[in-house]
Ligand binder design. Structure first.
Ligand code: F0G
Length: 353
C-alpha cells in the first residue's frame, strides 16, 4: 500500500525506513494563501498567510498525524485502532483504518459533534460510540482500552500523531523560505501547537530555517483550561472541535508558548463567529468554527498592538467549513429567497427589478 503524502515528502524527519508500508491518502502539501483583504480590513501593516488544512483528504489537519499513526499501528500488527474525538480525529481515523483494512472504534461526546464529522465516521464504517459525557470522559475510556495489546490508540497521546503533524511547520518554512515571525492557531487538546513547535525547532536545528516563530494559541473562552490554569469540568463553546476541559498536551503547549515568547489566550464565541463569517466573506475561505478561533486571535492580538509592523504572520485554519454546515447557515445572517420561475421575480429579488 503506497501513497505520496507527508511520510514520503519528509521521510528523513520521521521514524520510518525504506521498508515501511505507508498508509496514505496523499495528505499534506496544503495551500498557504496570502490574506491581503483581511489585513486591509484590519488597517494593514503586516503580511498574513493562511495555511489551509481543511484541504487535507478528510478535510482537517488530523490526516498528517493519522497517516503515520496508522502506518505504525499496521507495522506492529495491531488490528484495531481507537480514539476519543470531538469529530475530526474520528473522521480521519475512520478513513485511514478503512484504507488499511483495520477496525476503527471511535468514542465521541453524545450530541456534540458537527454533522459532517458524524457522516464521515459512519460512512467509513467506524464503530461509532456516543458517550454520555464530554471529550475528556471519552479520552479517559480510550486510555483504558489502549492497555490491550491488540488495540492502538490514535489520539495525539500516540507520539506518531505529533510526529506527523509537525510536517505542517516544515511546509510553511519551505513555502515562505524561512519560519514566520508569529504563528497563530486554535488550541483544544493542545497536540497541534506542540507539533508545530517541534517542527519549527527541528527545522532550525537541521539548518533548513534560521528562526522560529512566536507561537500564539487560542482556546474558546468557555473551554479555556490553559488560560485559567485549571481543568474546566463542563467546557462549552460553539466551536465543538475545541470543547475540551483537560487537554492531554497541556504542559507541552505551555512550553511551546513560553519557549517561543508567545502565549495562549482565549476568544469568545461571538468573536469566533465574527471571524468565521469575515474570513468567508473577505477571502473566500470557509472554515469550521474552531479554525476561526485562530483568526479571532489575530484580531485580538492586532487590537492589543502585539503584531509588529511588517511581520510575517501565519495562521493555521484546521478544518473545512463544510464539516459544520449548521453553524454556517445560522452564522451567515442571510437567508435564501424563494422566487417564481420568471425573470421579473429574479430581478426583483436581487434588487434590480
Ligand atoms: N481545530 C480543529 C478543527 C480540531 O478538530 C481540533 C481538535 C483543534 C483545532 C485543536 O487541535 O487538539 O491539537 O489542540 N480536534 C480533536 C478531535 C480534539 O478530536 O478531532 P488540538
Amino acid at each position: 500500500m503506497t501513497g505520496h503524502g507527508i511520510i514520503r515528502r519528509y521521510r528523513e524527519f520521521l521514524p520510518v525506513d525504506n521498508e515501511t508500508q505507508i498508509v496514505s491518502l496523499n495528505e499534506g502539501n496544503t495551500p498557504l494563501i496570502e490574506a491581503s483583504n483581511l489585513v486591509s480590513a484590519l488597517g494593514g501593516g503586516f503580511h498574513l498567510f493562511i495555511k489551509n488544512e481543511g484541504l487535507n483528504p478528510t478535510a482537517s489537519f488530523k490526516d498528517r498525524g493519522m497517516t503515520l499513526a496508522v502506518t505504525k499501528a499496521a507495522e506492529r500488527g495491531a488490528r484495531i485502532i481507537v480514539c476519543a474525538s470531538t469529530g475530526n480525529t474520528s473522521a480521519s481515523a475512520a478513513a485511514y483504518a478503512a484504507r488499511a483494512g483495520m477496525t476503527c472504534v471511535v468514542l465521541i461526546p453524545e450530541g456534540k459533534i458537527a454533522y459532517g464529522k458524524m457522516a464521515q465516521a459512519l460512512i467509513h464504517g467506524a464503530q461509532t460510540l456516543e458517550v454520555r459525557g464530554n471529550f475528556d470522559d471519552s479520552l479517559e475510556l480510550v486510555r483504558a482500552l489502549g492497555e490491550r495489546e491488540d488495540i492502538e490508540i490514535v489520539n495525539s497521546i500516540n507520539p506518531f500523531r505529533l510526529q506527523g503533524q509537525k510536517t505542517a511547520a516544515f511546509e510553511v518554512c519551505d513555502e515562505i523560505g524561512n519560519a514566520p515571525d508569529m504563528h497563530f492557531m486554535p488550541v483544544g487538546n493542545a497536540g497541534n501547537i506542540t507539533s508545530y513547535w517541534m517542527g519549527y525547532k527541528e527545522y532550525m536545528d537541521s539548518g533548513k530555517s534560521s528562526s522560529k516563530p512566536r507561537m500564539m494559541g487560542w482556546q474558546a473562552e468557555g473551554a479555556s483550561p490553559i488560560v485559567l490554569g485549571e481543568v474546566v469540568k463542563s467546557p462549552e463553546t460553539i466551536a465543538t472541535a475545541i470543547r475540551i476541559g483537560n487537554p492531554a498536551s497541556w504542559e507541552q503547549a505551555l512550553d511551546a508558548a513560553n519557549e517561543s515568547s508567545g502565549r495562549i489566550d482565549c476568544v469568545s464565541d461571538d468573536e469566533i463567529l465574527d471571524a468565521h463569517r469575515m474570513l468567508a466573506r473577505t477571502e473566500g475561505i470557509f472554515v469550521e468554527p474552531a479554525s476561526a478561533a485562530g483568526i479571532a486571535g489575530i484580531f485580538k492580538s492586532h487590537s492589543l498592538g502585539e503584531i509588529p509592523e511588517g511581520s510575517n504572520v501565519v495562521v493555521t485554519v484546521t478544518g473545512h467549513g463544510l464539516k459544520d454546515p449548521g453553524v454556517a447557515i445560522d452564522n451567515a445572517k442571510s437567508k435564501s429567497k424563494v422566487v417564481n420561475p420568471d425573470l421579473e421575480s429574479v430581478l426583483s429579488a436581487i434588487g434590480l427589478g
